[in-house]
Design a protein around this ligand. Sequence first.
Ligand code: FAD
Length: 474
Amino acid sequence: NTHLVWLRNDLRTHDNYALHAACRDSQANVIALFIDTPGQWKKHGMAPRQALFLWHSLQDVQDSLAQKGIALYQESADDFHAAVKKLVAFCKKHNVDRLFYNYQYEVNERDRDAQAECELGDADVEVQGFDDSVLFAPGSIQTGGQAMYKVFTPFSQAIIKRLHQELPTCVNAPTVRESAPITRKPLLKKFDYPCEEYDETVFPSGEQAAMERLRQFCRTSVTDYPKQRDIPAQDGTSRLSVYLALGVLSPRQCLHRVLAEHPRVLDGGAALVWLTEIIWREFYRHLLVAWPDLCKHRPFVNWTRNIRWQKNEHHLQAWREGKTGYPIVDAAMRQLKTLGWMHNRLRMISASFLVKDLMLDWRTGERHFIEHLIDGDLAANNGGWQWAASTGTDAAPYFRIFNPTTQSERFDASGDFIRRWVPELKDVPDKNIHAPHEWAKKNRQKLAYPAPIVEHKAARKQTLDAFEAAKNQQ
Ligand code: FAD
């Protein structure tokens, strides 16, 4: 019997449901396949840094699988449609009897998988899929009325209640197959897709590095998380997002690790604050399945389709480049450009600025983030953008508009983060760094830093008017 594991966004050997199931029969010949799809990635806007991280993760998982006696092959196809053809041909060539794979929840991915199941069924290959990138299967956490939750807090409470009843199990990495480790691994060839270097000291690739970071974070930092997580100058969050986005790590591993260090985490306390972020991730994944429209650039709240967004290439460019004249926004956008990662508080501030101060369509920002984030993930990114734009489920109410200057004073009080990314402001005193031009004017200083491209108060009024007009149109 030949069992094939079709790897996609699950590049790990530990706690991988499809891999584990494929290996259950000790007599089976187990092989694995990854199909790169550069044309599809281009359409989805995958960041070149994420592509390189994916490439490194693929090499890492091939090494780990080889040690277990499992050969990982690679095929290339332009898009998902072509990938299915390659998969079917591969199954034929290798006499595959059974295919194992972990579900993805975005619409193009689901269409691809439905097509694959259909064509493989015709070819007499038995196919089995798994809900692996989540704690619980989407659709299995429901309100009393058997519907998906639209609000996060009751969803989160329902998850915690379920976790008290049953913990999703973490499955082991496969043991070495009887066929013994593989000495000659199949050739992996570089993706025909732009790849960009990233800082490997910040994001070391590989499953071991991911598990080590998780262990370290749960042991030493998770208790400070509630105090530190909103301060971008501090390294107070886990920085596990890239591993979770590409499936180098699973949310169940996060759950069990935090439970091992903090056995009472489900009852509350600092570690639960962190676990709640993993539940936010879960919430957005479940939402994609309940409302596939979210994958199609559509807002959750219908009337927000009526909003008349502005078109201003100059403003958009200033935002992208970190030259808006609002230091906290600019520092954030420069962090994104340089690192391919941005702190969560800053994602909220810079997204809010694009939508509520510049009145530019949130989808432009969503796309820019995906094109630059090493941890880009449709569900979380769309969820974050629709939250900031007040177009999503359980989003920030449209009339509550972040003031970028007060956000800056609150979360980067002494300007440490701003100075790191906006060196033009290094000599501005702490308390003035959030609105440096006011200080420069008073003190007759010249700043080599752009003046604010909009005035917050006026922009706020304009946004409120535009949202109200759209709401009144429904
Ligand atoms: P931690 O604070 O340590 O959190 C642990 C894990 O929980 C994260 O790694 C992530 O997997 C998950 N998580 C945390 N916050 C959220 C959240 N608000 N929504 C969903 N999952 C969350 N996250 C992505 O993984 N990919 C994205 O493309 C993405 N885009 C975003 C866009 C906007 C506008 C906003 C506001 C948020 C976005 N987030 C995204 C969520 C969040 O900002 C990042 O997950 C977080 O900053 C990653 O850093 P960390 O790993 O140190 O997080």
